[in-house]
Design a protein around this ligand. Structure first.
Ligand SMILES: [Mg+2]
Length: 271
């Protein structure tokens, strides 16, 4: 893996000349990971760069998050952007609206598991059970280290039966365990689906997909995009399917600022 900034000069022409489809994760990518997920607020600087990028021609942007759609829309609060919540189970944006269909049985299962977990985890301090509509998350970032294994054990005992009978799927993230519908739908598939839609509009105009993310769920997108795009892992050099890395969220904002400069430079030249 290479640090993205070492290659930025080489990439300038591509960034300038191609239509860019920018896919951004939220937590750990646009905002640093914080103890309480509610407190992950986007900085003014990052928000301004995103706002400017959303307005320039030859650029489209999608925020792809594990948060509920409503939550991620509120956190960013900008128009003209595609928002994919619940890892793409619900998507909304200009001329796009999608919500995965889940069965009544799945919803009932989720309710049942939620009440079991609420009861069994209530004695462990720091556990946050988040109902995200289509999915359910158990956050254990605030849990004392000695209680982490018990949380995981209780969780797995509560869900095992439903996994075996293919009623739910489990997805681990950074200090979070998530229950989701048993669908083959991940960040990789969403990105390819959104790209297919854009290519239909662009025709022959070349497009460069850029995906920036920091979590295990982003690896699906890195794998799906690998050969034809710029994939960026946030958090330093480590084993990831991304081609490049950035060290932290400040470097992500810096990179977004660079794209903006390169792109608006293009517009000035044309005038
Ligand atoms: Mg993330």
């Amino acid at each position: 893996m290479e640090h993205l900034f070492f290659q930025l000069n080489k990439l300038k022409d591509v960034l300038k000349n191609k239509f860019i489809f920018l896919f951004l994760d939220y937590d750990g990518t646009l905002t640093p990971i914080v103890q309480n997920p509610d407190k992950a607020v986007i900085s003014r600087k990052t928000k301004e760069v995103i706002r400017s990028l959303s307005k320039i021609p030859h650029c489209r942007m999608a925020i792809i998050s594990g948060r509920a759609l409503k939550d991620i829309k509120n956190k960013i609060g900008l128009e003209g952007i595609i928002y994919a919540g619940n890892h793409g189970l619900e998507i909304e944006g200009p001329k796009i609206r999608f919500k995965a269909h889940v069965s009544i049985r799945y919803r009932a299962t989720l309710r049942k598991i939620k009440s079991i977990l609420k009861k069994k985890l209530s004695k462990i301090k720091g556990v946050i059970i988040e109902d995200k509509g289509l999915t359910l998350s158990v956050h254990y970032r605030l849990v004392d280290i000695k209680d982490v294994q018990p949380v995981k054990t209780i969780f797995h005992e509560a869900v095992a039966h439903y996994i075996i009978s293919n009623k739910i799927k489990i997805r681990p993230g950074k200090k979070v365990l998530e229950i989701r519908p048993p669908l083959e739908w991940d960040k990789g598939k969403i990105v390819l689906w959104l790209l297919a839609g854009l290519k239909f509009v662009l025709g022959k105009e070349p497009c460069l997909p850029i995906y920036i993310g920091d979590d295990m769920t982003d690896e699906d997108a890195f794998r799906a995009l690998k050969t034809m795009s710029l994939t960026v892992f946030v958090g330093g050099s480590k084993s990831s399917h991304a081609r490049y890395y950035l060290k932290n969220t400040q470097e992500v904002t810096e990179f977004l600022g660079q794209i903006l400069k390169i792109k608006t430079g293009e517009r000035i030249c044309r005038n």
